[in-house]
Design a binder for this molecule. Structure first.
Ligand code: SAH
Ligand code: DHB
Ligand code: MG
Length: 221
């Protein structure tokens, strides 16, 4: 099997179940035009986040790592009028492009972009009493994933869904001798999940047009 089949099936799923409208394709265009890394979730993964948001009837969502707002748009679309997604981004350029894309998608009233480093913003969200969140999507830098997850637990209630992107990293996750600190970051998270008695969790491997990776999905007990 080669990656071509994964790309083909991704297209098949996208055409069938997860077509992108103009606001989403405009967002992908903005990533290319602005020289932003092309590391958004795929359309089927965006739809997966939507399905999860609907499964828990999400009114309050927290995202770490906005990039250009692609995953944000998928999730925000499930929110009721009085719902909110807080999305944290430390790169000013990414945040500015994301704000435009979110305005263009007509979602400004439901999306709150918080500019800053996630480890600085998370305690503020807790102190402000803005939790608990129904769904939390962790997709920022990989090194502090375990710390992000611990903060996410503090911002959760029983039944909160916590999803962490990129926890397989092309299979590198099984390499115990890896020197890549991003892989080490997800290894620390995955190990933590195995011993954390506050959640029921699994990891789903993901393939597609982009890379071979995976998402951890945890439900808070
Ligand atoms: N969720 C997005 C992709 C996020 S890519 C999507 O699927 O569409 C990761 C993003 O996290 C990048 O925009 C990067 O600038 C941001 N980021 C990296 N480290 C961060 C940190 N410490 N705090 C907040 N954002 C961070
Ligand atoms: C990278 C980050 C991501 O969130 C992703 O989905 C893919 C790649 C990265 O930093 O390389
Ligand atoms: Mg990611």
């Amino acid at each position: 099997m080669d990656d071509l089949i994964f790309a083909k099936v991704d297209k098949y799923i996208t055409d069938l179940l997860t077509p992108e409208d103009k606001a989403l394709t405009d967002t992908l265009d903005s990533i290319e035009r602005e020289g932003i890394p092309s590391i958004s979730v795929s359309a089927p993964q965006g739809k997966f986040l939507q399905v999860m948001a609907l499964a828990c009837n999400a009114k309050k969502i927290l995202e770490l790592g906005t990039l250009a707002g692609y995953s944000t748009i998928w999730m925000a679309r499930t929110l009721p009028q009085d719902g909110k997604i807080i999305t944290v981004e430390f790169d000013e350029h990414h945040a500015a492009v994301a704000q435009k894309n979110i305005d263009n998608a007509g979602l400004s009233s439901r999306v709150d972009i918080r500019r800053g480093k996630a480890l600085d913003i998370l305690p503020q969200i807790l102190t402000n009493g803005e939790g608990p969140f129904d769904l939390i999507f962790i997709d920022a830098d990989k090194q502090p994933y375990k710390e992000y997850f611990e903060h996410a637990l503090q911002l959760s209630r029983s039944g909160t869904i916590i999803i962490c992107d990129n926890v397989v990293r092309n299979g590198e996750v099984v390499n115990e001798n890896t020197t890549d600190d991003r892989v080490q970051g997800v290894q620390r998270l995955n190990k933590f999940l195995s011993t954390c008695n506050k959640v029921t969790a699994t990891i789903i491997q993901t393939v597609g047009a982009k890379e071979y990776d995976g998402m951890a999905i945890a439900i808070v007990k």
